[in-house]
Design a binder for this molecule. Structure first.
Ligand code: GLA
Length: 392
């Protein structure tokens, strides 16, 4: 059964009637601009057609009862328990429940009501695969509470509040990219976000190009120290570089030329991390006009460069991601292939000529399985709209 039907069926079974509303919150894939959102850089993600579905109705008893249908677990909380992360019986909120509760917490702090609901949700975004299953939950609940509360907020503002929930409530120091893409996605378009000004625009995806996601099957947890260590290295680099470049606030403010001149001042590991970021921001700026002009082969080359940099400088790749990208890059019709998201496992993103895509997917799965001794999951996906109410 698909996730939408499963959410609806689980709701109906649990609450004894059909849900008043159905909402969808997509996952996301990033094509370029990796590990630059928390350095005020530019990112080029898209929302995808894998999503979290939420079936819900207002509840009249002041209690929010949520059923995570995929693991058949339930929590009940009230406004009073949200700040302390308590369920109604005083026990700590289950980890999965902290995403919806955190979203409510951030919305409340910003002055928006989150009326109690009955809800059941289900997702076909593999967890821990770098496709933003958690941001999809935050964003689907943000639109649900907007519907129940009778208020409206621009999608980018809901994204900012989702990031706040994840940073301060769940305790993961992510940047803005995931919530942005899950909130602001547009069908058949890439998104371009300036992570400093939060201005964004749409970029075309040529009609004859498919976005293919290849899952290595290796799972990661973003709360692990690797992500935070890299964020710290970027901050350390800014502090040291600011001695020569007064006024810089983030690595976004350092161009490649200045960086090369001053790189010797940085400790070895800090230099590698910062070099990835400075060059990745330069790469993404070079890539934007290429996409606008439909030069997808050149754009793909930049994606391949990005993978190398994530592998050798930022060191967030793993063998399986390298194997998957290398095989993909050697196959006919593949314009570019690289790891997507935070790394440390998860998926690659590939841009592939539409007429080669079936053969590409088959060969990639075969090649990966024989070399990595693991099963690959390949999704041919479509850029999709951001989180929304689809019925009700
Ligand atoms: C994770 C984070 C994002 C971003 C990426 C790396 O997905 O949630 O904010 O930093 O890693 O680009």
């Amino acid at each position: 059964m698909d996730s939408r039907s499963f959410a609806i069926e689980s709701f109906t079974r649990r609450f004894g009637k059909a849900p008043a509303y159905i909402a969808v919150g997509p996952g996301r894939v990033n094509t370029l601009g990796e590990h630059v959102d928390y350095n005020d850089g530019f990112v080029l993600p898209a929302a995808i057609d894998r999503a979290t579905w939420l079936a819900f109705s207002p509840s009249n008893d002041g209690q929010t009862t949520l059923l995570a249908a995929d693991f058949n677990e339930e929590v009940i909380f009230t406004d009073a328990g949200i700040a302390g992360k308590f369920a109604i019986d005083g026990s700590p909120l289950a980890e999965w429940a902290r995403y919806p509760a955190g979203m409510a917490w951030a919305l409340n702090l910003d002055g928006h009501e989150t009326p109690a609901m009955h809800g059941a949700f289900s997702s076909n975004i593999p967890r821990g695969s770098g496709l933003s299953s958690s941001a999809s939950i935050e964003m689907v609940f943000s639109v649900a509470w907007s519907a129940l509360g009778g208020w409206e907020l621009p999608a980018i503002k809901r994204a900012v509040l989702g990031q706040k929930a994840e940073n301060q409530y769940v305790g993961v120091s992510c940047g803005i990219m995931d919530q942005f893409a899950c909130a602001c996605g547009v069908e058949d378009r890439l998104l371009l976000l300036d992570c400093r000004s939060l201005e964004w625009q749409l970029l075309p995806i040529p009609e004859d190009i498919a976005i293919v996601i290849a899952d290595t099957g290796v799972r990661r947890k973003l709360t692990t120290s690797g992500y935070n260590e890299r964020r710290q290295a970027c901050e350390d680099a800014v502090k040291i570089l600011a001695e020569d470049l007064p006024g810089i606030k983030a690595l976004r403010d350092v161009n490649v030329e200045d960086f090369n001149r001053l790189a010797h001042r940085l400790p070895g590991l800090v230099e590698k991390r910062a070099r990835h970021v400075v060059e990745e921001i330069e790469r993404s700026q070079r890539a934007i006009p290429l996409l606008q002009a439909g030069h997808i082969a050149e754009f793909g080359q930049i994606m391949n460069d990005c993978h190398r940099s994530l592998r050798d400088l930022y060191e967030v790749s793993v063998d399986e991601l390298n194997i998957m990208s290398e095989i993909a890059q050697s196959l006919p019709g593949c314009m570019g292939a690289r790891l997507t998201g935070a790394g440390f496992g998860g998926c690659t993103v590939n841009l592939v000529q539409m007429d080669a895509v079936d053969e590409f997917a088959a060969q990639l799965a075969l090649g990966y399985e024989s070399k990595a001794k693991r099963k690959a999951e390949i999704y041919i996906c479509r850029a999709s709209d951001g989180a929304s109410i689809v019925s009700g």
